[in-house]
Design a protein around this ligand. Structure first.
Ligand code: APR
Length: 301
């Protein structure tokens, strides 16, 4: 695989259809932990052991404390130059670019990234859904219907100051993650629709199905035409269907450009060919360099 940014710029310049597959590594520079790195721990739990329906069934209060902590961290974080470089690419390429993200931190939504080109396959920390029925509460941070509700710094600051649309979130977001062992289920938010179900974070947990409408939008985009380039950014590509998208893009003719801190961390999903690219380093630094010409061209035109 090539490590030449100039060669990559050549491919970028002639690429009509580009897809990005993003993972936790894209948000690492914003201070958010990845799952499988050293940071994947919270208290003495492996983060991935709490992101399951079984964990919620067993101790919903503990899982809510974990997600209250993650929401608070996500709100305190800021999108980095990698998020903004992708937003620039999306604005420049229009429907010729799709960003598939596994991240639930809401950072991409806090850039000018057009929502129609941002596919959240694990949904978002800020939505709520019922553990027992089909009720879902779209948080205005992720509301596709009202993109005008831009997530500006003021709304984030207000949210951090306890102005969440959901009083329960204000409470758990400020609990010191080190003290309470759990929260009594009687104090947890209940579903306004079925009234007996507990509300839970609106993210996709291990073993759960992904948002079918989002998956369909992704498949439709792939099926429209050939693909020239897939950017595999900050992901171990260890979890399907994300890992599968690398294969689909290759089948549609795409060259692969991997952006990862650790060159060996990628699953087999991306065994790279001579015509592919491997850029080792921080996505927040590499993406602006890689996608720079897109921005410059905008200035030129
Ligand atoms: N820049 C680029 N890549 C980075 C950086 C960085 N600053 N820091 C870490 N990485 C890379 C790691 O080398 C690793 O390959 O990001 C990847 C993070 O991998 P994971 O922690 O497995 O995160 P992700 O791939 O997003 O996990 C996929 O699995 O745990 C579930 O649902 C969860 O969405 C998550 C999914």
């Amino acid at each position: 695989a090539s490590t030449s940014i100039d060669e990559f710029h050549e491919v970028l310049r002639t690429s009509k259809r580009i897809v990005a597959l993003c993972g936790a590594g894209l948000s690492a520079a914003s201070g958010l932990d990845t799952f499988r790195g050293a940071g994947g721990m919270w208290r003495n739990y492996q983060a991935t052991s709490l992101a399951t329906p079984e964990a919620f069934e067993k101790d919903p209060g503990l899982v809510w404390l974990f997600y209250g902590y993650r929401r608070h961290k996500a709100l305190q974080a800021k999108p980095n130059m990698g998020h903004f470089a992708l937003a620039e690419l999306a604005k420049k390429k229009g429907d010729g670019f799709m960003c598939i993200t596994q991240n639930v931190d809401g950072l991409s939504q806090r850039t000018p990234h057009p929502r129609s080109q941002l596919k959240l396959i694990h949904d978002t920390l800020f939505d709520l859904k019922c553990f027992s029925c089909d009720y879902r509460e779209i948080d205005n941070f992720n509301d596709p219907v009202h993109p005008s509700l831009t997530i500006d710094d003021e709304s984030v600051t207000a949210r951090l100051a306890g102005a969440s649309t959901n009083p329960f979130h204000n409470r758990i977001a400020f609990l010191d993650p080190a003290t309470p062992q759990t929260i009594d289920p009687a104090e947890l938010p209940h579903c306004p629709k079925c009234t007996h179900g507990l509300l839970r974070p609106g993210v996709v947990w291990f073993g759960e199905s992904l948002p079918q409408d989002t998956l369909k939008e992704i498949d439709d985009w792939f099926d429209q035409d050939r693909v020239d380039l897939i950017l595999v950014i900050g992901t171990s590509a260890a979890v399907y269907p994300a890992a599968g998208y690398v294969q689909i893009a290759k089948r549609h003719g795409a060259r692969v450009a991997v952006v990862n801190m650790d060159k060996d961390s990628l699953g087999s999903a991306s065994n790279l060919r001579k015509t592919d690219f491997l850029f080792q380093g921080d996505a927040a630094e590499l993406l602006p360099q890689m996608l720079g010409p897109i921005r410059d061209r905008r200035k030129a035109s």
